[in-house]
Design a protein around this ligand. Sequence first.
Ligand code: AMP
Length: 312
Amino acid sequence: MALTIIGTMAFDALETPFGKVDRIIGGSATYAAWAASYFTTPIRQVSIVGGDFPKEEIKALEDRGVEFDGLEIVPDGKSFFWSGKYHMDMNTRDSLITDLNVLAQFDPKIPDSYQDSDYLMLGNLAPAVQMSVLDQLKERPKLIIMDTMNFWMDIALDTLKDVLKRVDLLLVNDGEARQLTGEYSLPKAAKKIREMGPKYVIIKKGEHGALLFHGDKIFSAPALPLEDVFDPTGAGDSFAGGFIGYLSRTDDCSFENMKAAIILGSTMASFCVEKFGPNRLKELTSAEIEARVNEFIKLMEVNIEVSLAVNY
Ligand code: AMP
């Protein structure tokens, strides 16, 4: 099934306890497209870059079935730039610089060739831009998922809440779920988010896995305890790309299949953090992906018999 992804394509500067890079390819849509490309085709990208964005990066994604009719290139503009520094726990980070550059003028146009996409990922982007994309759709896709972050909650909360009313699933991390709802308890936060619109909520907890909430059902997926986490940047976007890429591949949005999709999302996130930027995501094989999914399955295996014959 066709999948449309809207998000940033960017340059990042990153500092982790294990190293530093001054300029590397990043962006929410870049990571999501790489992750999704292992599961589904075509992927239709909607983004904006400056003339400084390398053509080879676009070509590499094109070779994996990503379409760019919805990519605006501003020849004399600069691409979105973000710089972040991770704390020792690698779960928390500070955004040091967010230079919107061409993103400040982004007014996406959904090409006619994208109109029949069944799956839509509104990647982390200004809520007004996410809204404009929804307004341009002639038919509602089968599933609309939305990612966001604290940055947009701080500066565009009202529009963000308007977008929430129109999507099926929200992906946030634990801190963002708490910020959005004022609830410390994640089940309570998920309930409040569902009251805001989305029927499904995924709360990512970094190295502690992810929770999926729908109605009175909860699924808890682990994260793989990796020995070497090099750079967590893009883990959330790779998770989202793997998740919706798998749903698009299987064309099944049941709760049961979403559980599988979460494991595929977690698998792609686990690869993403092994190298700086999207580099690890560019070199995967199906055999590696399958082996890692099996590691997840093993990690979740439990065989207990509870017999409480004696009452205390
Ligand atoms: P993640 O680690 O999954 O949250 O994604 C990190 C990526 O998001 C980086 O490559 C950044 O370029 C991009 N990013 C950072 N801040 C923003 C923002 N405010 N809006 C959109 N994308 C962003």
